[in-house]
Design a protein around this ligand. Structure first.
Ligand code: AMP
Length: 364
């Protein structure tokens, strides 16, 4: 999707992916090999003026190796922070950003201390390599803690209090090499089994106060990390407060609606930021919804028959809970967008919450 956004700007692309059948191979030269393969990294560095990543588990050492040969963005330091939940939490604390209470479980002694710390339901999260709910275990009571840690193979973890949030939101910001900053409107996110199913943007009932608070959180992180590119911050809304959950130093699933629902997509702005080119307008074109296509591939015509629908398929083989593509629905009329989202849900056999968009949307 980055390449598809970049070709109109006159850019060309080479990809590195461990899978020989990676979807990116359909839109550019594909180097096949591990992300840490010195030969692949050398070839990628030699053939590129600029390197970025859209997969968070790329070793930060690979990003550093490449940074010695060519320009890499987002900064490898941001990747290192995002890959370790403890470094992420420390960053939030250092910047005065509220987040769920937590304690560390780096070994058996800390497990004992964590058991004493625990006073309410929590979840144990592996510090590294967690995504879409992988590497997490619920801990309803102290008696479950040992087993939960065993379930996570006794890797270093954080134990985090369960947050009873009103809803999940994300803010997508972009910071250019030149320091220019822009934000997309707040997005409301709905997960099932910890996997993103539905995003709504601009988030209904957000209000300027919440929007400003989210932007300040995102701006603070981007400035602290001397950031370049798109950064997503996942947030919990508790009353009128925002708690930061985690950061993603890349284009983000909750920003996919921008392809059809914003004046400039997150993909184009990520590239513009890396190149130091002026950023594009991040304003929304109307009400937007993004629905992930998971597990099985629908018949495309059944979705395309729904008003306002745009289909984005990734060319991946079907597998349970694998993200195979997404559907974007945009338009100025909240009723029509809501109606189309329900039809998309029925077509995908998904039970999606009904969007609560307010009023007709006319940008500007
Ligand atoms: P994460 O990998 O941290 O983004 O977690 C995946 C999903 O699990 C989040 O989007 C939330 O729906 C849920 N989740 C994670 N941490 C918490 C928490 N402390 N309290 C409640 N829900 C959580």
């Amino acid at each position: 999707m980055l390449a598809l956004a970049g070709y109109p700007l006159g850019l060309t692309f080479t990809f590195l992916d461990p899978a020989a059948d990676a979807a990116a191979g359909e839109v550019g030269e594909l180097l096949v090999g591990p992300y840490s393969d010195p030969g692949c990294l050398r070839r990628l560095g030699l053939s590129s003026d600029l390197v970025t990543f859209e997969f968070e588990s790329v070793p930060d050492s690979s990003a550093q190796t490449l940074a010695a040969a060519t320009a890499v963005f987002p900064p490898p330091q941001a990747l290192a922070v995002a890959q370790d939940r403890l470094l992420e939490k420390r960053l939030f604390t250092e910047l005065g950003i509220a987040c769920a209470n937590y304690t560390t479980v780096n070994g058996p002694e800390e497990l004992e201390a964590a058991a004493r710390w625990l006073s309410r339901p929590a979840r144990l999260k592996s510090r590294r390599l967690g995504y879409d709910g992988h590497g997490q275990a619920p801990v309803a009571a102290e008696s479950e803690l040992k087993q939960s840690w065993r379930d996570l193979d006794e890797v270093p973890c954080i134990l985090e209090e369960e947050v009873s949030f009103e809803r999940e939101l994300s803010i997508i910001g972009v910071r250019s090499r030149s320091g220019e900053v822009a934000f997309y409107p707040l997005t409301e996110n709905h997960h099932q089994a910890s996997v993103l199913r539905l995003s709504l943007a601009p988030a209904p009932q957000a209000g300027p106060g919440l929007e400003a608070e989210a932007q300040e959180i995102c701006r603070g992180i981007m400035e602290k990390l001397d950031y370049c590119g798109v950064l997503a911050v996942e947030l919990f809304q508790v009353g009128s407060r925002l708690l930061a959950n985690e950061i993603a130093p890349r284009v983000h699933n909750s920003g996919h609606w921008t392809q059809d629902g914003a004046l400039t997509s997150q993909f184009e702005n990520h590239l513009r930021a890396g190149l130091g080119w002026p950023l594009g307008d991040t304003v929304a074109r109307g009400h937007s919804a993004m629905v992930n296509i998971l597990s099985t591939m629908p018949e495309p015509t059944s979705l395309l028959a729904i008003p306002g629908v745009h289909l984005h398929l990734y060319g991946k083989a079907a597998r349970p809970l694998r993200k195979l593509g997404h559907v974007n629905v945009s338009g100025p009329d909240p009723h029509l967008v809501t109606d189309s989202v329900s039809r998309v849900g029925r077509t995908l056999r998904e039970r999606l919450p009904p969007p609560r968009f307010e009023g007709s949307f006319w940008p500007g």
